[in-house]
Design a protein around this ligand. Structure first.
Ligand SMILES: [Zn+2]
Length: 276
């Protein structure tokens, strides 16, 4: 009896992955024991029951989180801490990138409800898990812009970072979801252009922008073999590509942690000409 109580309060079997974690990545937490939630630096996430009797949850480390030591706290159903582990967040060293955009594109404003709808989508966490690893890239093309880069527009810092990746592709290329899930948003918006968002369950979500047209509708259950829509250049975009983001419990996450993505070869530098 005493042993049982002690086990209920303490003894957790905790598995954390990956071993080395960087800002912009996700800590995967598997637990056998009383833990029901996990907390790190003010963010609390659910640990969902899995088929094998364990609990599993995803702790996102935001891009702008300072590298250093943080404590991962495991909480039982009363919110009492039953375990705590130090986590060293290493610096991902995301580079800077300047984007040249026209004044017309720079001055685009979001559609009424655009920001609110995406905000509510990111906030929602649904209990049914549709996803499993590995995730798959939505289109075959290489990356023209990586996750996490500090963005400058026409040389001016925006104070923001790239919260997803840009993948090259010809207009009309089919876009697939990165994992199975339920379609939550199908909208044509000013900033994001043709947008589809998918909830993969238990804190994993994805969103795909700038689509030319759609092949899915809200409420559809989709798998990676389904098509959500087609590559376009709608909204704040300078050419056909798909910008897509992966959210983990509402926080933009580096998709490179979940699948293999290749950066496009850098464009060859134009030889400098002498001024005439
Ligand atoms: Zn982008």
């Amino acid at each position: 009896m005493v042993a049982f109580l002690a086990a209920g309060l303490g003894a957790q079997i905790v598995e954390l992955a990956p071993e080395h974690i960087h800002n912009g990545e996700t800590l995967k937490i598997a637990v056998h024991g009383a833990a029901r939630k996990a907390r790190l630096a003010g963010q609390t996430v659910e640990l969902f029951p899995q088929e094998d009797g364990s609990r599993f949850g995803l702790m996102p480390i935001p891009v702008l989180k300072k590298p250093g030591i943080y404590y991962l706290e495991l909480l039982n159903e009363n919110g009492t801490m039953v375990d705590s582990r130090p986590i060293r967040v290493e610096n991902a060293h995301y580079p800077k990138q300047n984007i040249v955009i026209s004044r017309k594109i720079a001055s685009l404003k979001p559609s009424p409800g655009e920001q609110e709808t995406v905000g509510a989508f990111r906030k929602a966490v649904s209990p049914v898990r549709y996803w499993r690893e590995p995730f798959e890239p939505p289109v075959p093309g290489c990356l023209t812009s990586l996750f996490g880069v500090r963005r400058l527009h026409n040389g001016r810092p925006t104070g923001d970072f790239h919260a997803g990746v840009d993948q090259r592709g010809a207009a009309g290329t089919p876009i697939h979801p990165i994992a199975a899930g339920v379609v939550k948003i199908v909208q044509k918006w000013n900033l994001r252009g043709g947008t589809v968002a998918v909830d993969h369950g238990q804190g994993v979500e994805s969103i795909y922008l700038h689509m030319e047209s759609f092949a899915a509708k809200e409420g559809d259950h989709v798998t990676t073999s389904d098509v959500l829509g087609y590559i376009g250049s709608t909204g704040r975009s300078t050419g056909p590509h798909v910008h897509w983001s992966l959210y983990v419990n509402g926080v933009p996450d580096n998709p490179g942690q979940w699948m293999k993505l290749e950066a496009c070869p850098a464009a060859p530098k134009r030889p400098r000409r002498k001024a005439k």
